[in-house]
Design a protein around this ligand. Sequence first.
Ligand code: PMP
Length: 305
Amino acid sequence: MSDSKFAYFEGKIVPFGDAKISIAAHGLNYGTAAFAGIRGYWNDDLKKLFLFRPKDHYKRFLSAAKILAMELPHTPDTLTALTIELLQKENFGTDVYVRPLCYKADPGIGVRLHDLRDEVSIFAIPFGHYGKNEDSAHVTISSWRRIDDNVIPARGKISGAYANSALIKTDAIRAGFDEALVLDQNGHVSEGTAMNVFIVRDGELITPPVYENILEGITRKTIIELAREELGIKVTERSVDRTEAMLSDELFLTGTAAQVETVTRIDYRIVGTGAMGPITAKLKHLFNEVVHGRVPKYSHWNIEV
Ligand code: PMP
């Protein structure tokens, strides 16, 4: 993290090393915090950085804060402005990943959400690719289950819930896989560890619906819109069984960090032809063009720093 020189912390931008919380902080002890993850793409021709859909990320961030009974004096616009100010000071000149966090800041013992001070922090780091094997990932089906809306709401990026994602990811990696698909309590395919999932069957794009304990991904939303509007592909939001995933023609994962990650094997079974399929390839290309601000129709998603 030594690449970050500054952070937004307790109401102002400070040197990164000064942004420190107590070991007694509520959010650290109880996971009573929520975060976001936003990418900025460096345009080398224009020598400018563009954030991808920051206001949508901050809208979801504030929804998670609301679930955690936080009262924050922020809007998606004020948080985007703060992020821009921070990135201007950092002046990385490369692709970046921005990590906003809202957390219960008071120290002390006592699990609850009320009567605690809420704070927001933001830092950024230079960032490249996330998945090691993003064009031919081998995934397993995790033996862990996805958190449920009535356990810890999955539609917010609530920090405590990421212990679930961490269990899934580490067991998958230690077993030799790149990533894992995780089933919800009903046994339907929900997501990856920090990505939404899409399958292609007979030319149709299918993804689990928002009421099946998924994170309502910004990349997911982007891919659905691009598939419908630009490629004229039918997109259906419905439950996906594990064997349907295994038997799909194409399968890919989407997320801010992962972008579009092609899965070519599930538990030693080949998905489709075993290589990136044509629909995935088209969407991946289009997504890449859009996030880099090369498609004027979608340039309202690229916010200049
Ligand atoms: N699911 C989970 C659990 C995640 O953490 C993420 C990453 N934010 C996603 C899906 C993908 O969401 P997005 O496209 O908004 O990054």
